[in-house]
Design a protein around this ligand. Sequence first.
Ligand code: AVJ
Ligand code: FE
Length: 438
Amino acid sequence: MAQLVERGSALKGRLRDQLEEARARTYRLLAPVSDANLMKQHNVLMSPLAWDLGHIGNFEELWLVQRLQGKGPSNPQYDDIYDAFEHPRRTRASLPILDRQQCRDYLAAVRESALQGLANADLDSDDELVRDGFVFNMIIQHEYQHNETMLATLQLMDAPGYRPVIPPRRAGSLPNQDMVLVEAGSFIMGTDDRSAAYDNERPAHEVFLPTFWIDTAPVSNAAYAEFIADGGYRRPDLYSEAGKAWLASAGVEAPQFWAPHADGWSVNRYGYLQPLNPREPVQHVCYYEAEAFARWAGKRLPSEAEWENAASWDPRAGKKRLYPWGDDPPSSERANLDQLGFGPMEFGVYPDGSSPYGCHQMIGDVWEWVASDFQGYPGFRFFPYREYSEVFFGTEYRMLRGGSWATSPGVIRNTFRNWDYPIRRQIFSGFRCARDAE
Ligand code: AVJ
Ligand code: FE
């Protein structure tokens, strides 16, 4: 019993620290943003940043104050304004959202009560909402996910709206386009973890996959520029039917934020032009561009199961890993995560981050489009609310795996599933390719 109690209080300490750390990150990201820019809708695809901020607080209130402690709403209007389903992103600027100071006060009041809820919670209880800290982990991960959404919004602001301090980068190399062979066999997809994993990652289940090849690295800017030079945007035959329709209507000829100049490409990062780095993974491509590149290269996109197998399965041990390198949490030696690098890293800088199959940079740098739509795993049960995953199941979305530089280490793992419309490019999305074995 003593051990259980100690485990409980150590876990509570960790949850409290992470709640505070997520909040500190939120405010750090928003600190350089003017009050006017915080309230403004910078792009129809994104919320005003102040909406994200208020929504972070309201989501915490709904779960850690109202649901967990049975308290009434601090202001019923907030539960409406910050309901993502009631108000699509493009309409959020016309809502009576709270300004910076009002948000600060609201979030602080909610947090005070939430921490009281944590102090009183029985993390060993039979209630699966609180057992092992599930609902607290959910709130922490929710704030991290909105941090990434805010980073996408910040990038869509006109200069001089946001000037990130970009840390020096380690020098990598130009990736070769090597592939590794994954022999036919079964692996365990998903997880049964009930403390941090989302409902859509569960349950763990066996999946058989025929032999396939997969790229050891995400597709580089260099390779992608070759695809463009070879007419990648002028050859509808490379695109799927849906991809052709996208190509015809989108009127684009490069990834989002690329700008042509006399002898090559620049990229617009946070409103400032930089030379395109050929050694970095390509980012800001939509699913259809990824699909077309793969066809051009004589390859295809991996399925979700192939991606997870290549990232997580240790065939010699017959065991699954939480991260490509093992079960240790991410560190800056192994993956480019954490939201403050403001871009992907060059190839080869994470030799210790590769998976047992030898795939690099599967976690961090860029989200990787995979050729699957969003379905629940066999035996899926929504928990704790249908609107996290279940309402998005179907063929409208495509999956993304592995997280990006803008993802927090606290909300990424081999089993984590992200999804978006296949036309979306403002997210930090790239891809790697796969191929059937002959
Ligand atoms: C998992 C990234 C698709 O942003 O719509 C945030 C995460 N869910 N608040 C989204 C989420 C509720 C979600 N994605
Ligand atoms: Fe949300």
